[in-house]
Design a protein. Structure first.
Length: 290
């Protein structure tokens, strides 16, 4: 009781419940589990708040109306009746929040199941993609090998001067190189099936592709040409002969040409093994330079 027989009004300042600070969670392979934990935490805080407010309401009712809990007592102050109305409104809102949280939890669980299904599908697709990629690489290597097998009877002549005519007769040019310059015993027409230049005309002579009748004949011509080209030039021009490979093999060998030149300067006589293995010999022993 206060002065002059008046009852002391209770402190209407609501007790603020400071929610605990959430710690940052480390990366988890199941993010939906973290969301469910947060939802359950908020739901628990809402239930605790509702219980606390209901307890305060019962405390005030008992203080002013007695244990009966009747709200028609003349001792009930107006501010308390207004507080009671607002309290009921807050409790109703908390009930609505709890219902929404339940719905949200159900939605999160449903999405979690869908996400797990998508993860399974993605894992299956990734496995199929890896298998297809492996099969594609194997097929590519097989096709490349078949292409190089088809090129085994070919030789490429580099830096052979082009004649001024609009349409050069490559068979005559190749015959002049093989028979007249190199001195190969068999006539060109008997060992060469076809020949032609490739590429666009420019400052440098285009290369000449020559297809021979067999691999054995090609090897005889190649070795004879290499021996002759080292000794002298063709009509004052240094020409060269090489094997015909696919674009893939040519690129692999070009990537190792810097190492090839270094070994050659060191006097180690490097060479390539098909498709692009760089090797040299030391006392008859084969050494890898890859």
């Amino acid at each position: 009781m206060g002065p002059k027989g008046q009852q002391r009004k209770p402190d209407r300042t609501p007790t603020k419940q400071v929610p605990p600070k959430k710690q940052k969670l480390a990366s988890s392979p199941e993010p939906n589990c973290v969301i469910m934990d947060d939802i359950n935490e908020v739901k628990g805080q809402a239930n605790n708040m509702a219980a606390s407010m209901a307890t305060k309401k019962l405390h005030f009712v008992n203080e002013y109306d007695g244990p009966s809990g009747e709200n028609d007592s003349p001792n009930m102050p107006k501010w308390f009746r207004q507080f009671e109305i607002r309290l009921d409104q807050r409790l109703n809102k908390l009930d609505q929040v709890a219902e929404k949280i339940e719905n949200l939890a159900s939605m999160v669980e449903e999405h979690d199941q869908k996400f797990a299904s998508v993860q399974y599908d993605m894992a299956s697709l990734n496995e199929r993609f890896k298998n297809l990629k492996t099969e594609n690489e194997e097929l590519y290597l097989k096709l490349d090998d078949l292409e190089n097998r088809g090129r085994r009877i070919n030789l490429i002549f580099h830096n052979v001067p082009e004649k001024a005519e609009a349409r050069e007769n490559c068979m005559e040019t190749v015959s002049d190189i093989i028979n007249n310059y190199v001195g190969f015993e068999q006539p060109c027409e008997a060992v060469v099936e076809r020949c032609h230049r490739t590429g666009q005309k420019g400052d440098k002579p285009r290369i000449i592709h020559v297809a021979f009748s067999s691999y054995a004949v090609r090897e005889k011509v190649r070795k004879t040409c290499i021996s002759k080209f080292k000794q002298s030039s063709y009509n004052g021009t240094k020409i060269a002969v090489g094997e015909d490979f696919s674009r893939r093999v040519v690129q692999l060998r070009k990537a190792k040409m810097a190492r090839f030149k270094v070994l050659k300067e060191e006097g180690k006589r490097p060479f390539f093994l098909y498709p692009a293995s760089l090797r040299y010999r030391v006392n008859g022993k084969l050494i890898s330079a890859d």
